[in-house]
Design a protein around this ligand. Sequence first.
Ligand code: FE2
Length: 377
Amino acid sequence: METSTIPKIHDEAKDFMPINGTDYIELYVGNSKQAAHYYKTAFGFQSFAYAGLRTGLKDHESYVVIQDKIRLILTSPLKSGTEIGKHIDKHGDGVKVVALWVDDATYAYETAISKGATSYMAPKVEEDEHGKVVRAGIYTYGETVHIFVERKDYKGTFLPGFVKWETPDYNPAATGLKYVDHMVGNVGWDRMNHWVEFYEEVMGFVNILSFDDNDISTEYTALMSKVMSNGNGRIKFPINEPAEGKKKSQVEEYLDFYEGEGVQHIAVATDDIIKTVRDLRSRGVEFLRVPATYYDAVTDRVGKIDEDIAPLRELGILVDRDDEGYLLQIFTKPVEPRPTMFFEIIQRKGAQSFGKGNFKALFEAIEREQELRGTLH
Ligand code: FE2
């Protein structure tokens, strides 16, 4: 059950894996050039950095887009038979790397390995005229990896090997997205506790919230979730696993279509969700809708909030409250052809939880989408 208040994050002094924040998220996609354009046009990211044929790469090309603290790398292969291409063939477009900004990447890597992590990339120093960056990587669930990024000796745009990517003729305005609030992983049947232990033992995270299938179930489908946080609370990774229901749960559908475990959603924070969502909708981003009746009971459930209910109802924004305050949130539809990864837009007004009060309405909205896709059976 969700505790009434999130316990204070554990003693930072005892935190053996200090992490400053999310460094970047790398997605392997079929067409990185067009995906970059989509994130610019639809989500308001800006052109930021590039690596590919023009910088001497032979087998892949990456475009980096940025909005405030959020950096997305979009990477595609330039020929057949690459690891990137195989990843895309199996999973469709999806998140490959959740990169974590640390002060000492070698220490983070060696600590994680000594505690049982599987190596993805041994510490590697990359240099250019702007300084050096050290990166090292470990595997997490599925084929997803964490790369530790040490950039304290680097003054360049992004990373060595990348050049500034400028598009003076096209830079759509930002939509108010500020930083990554949390990233959720979907793991297989009975695998949630395995990955909870992984984050506890290998990365020093703590389990700050748990939801069982009584919290997260509808008439048809169910899931379980545990939220893992690092010491300073800047990194939060809820881990979902499917639970038995009458029909196929959204996590099962994800696992089927992604053909394995992977990142389910990226939650990004805004200071003005009404403005952000109105803007995103006008640019073509599609959101899940809850029934209008959701708003009939919302004031009774969450009490007084600063926002008028009318624009929340108009835009389909959800509200939830915990002991520390409230939050506003909304979920996009999947952003690739397979019903896999999507985005959450979240505005926190004190609340540090994840919107448990919205789960039922939300999952029923997802089930309606599954019904339309013919995958709810
Ligand atoms: Fe979320």
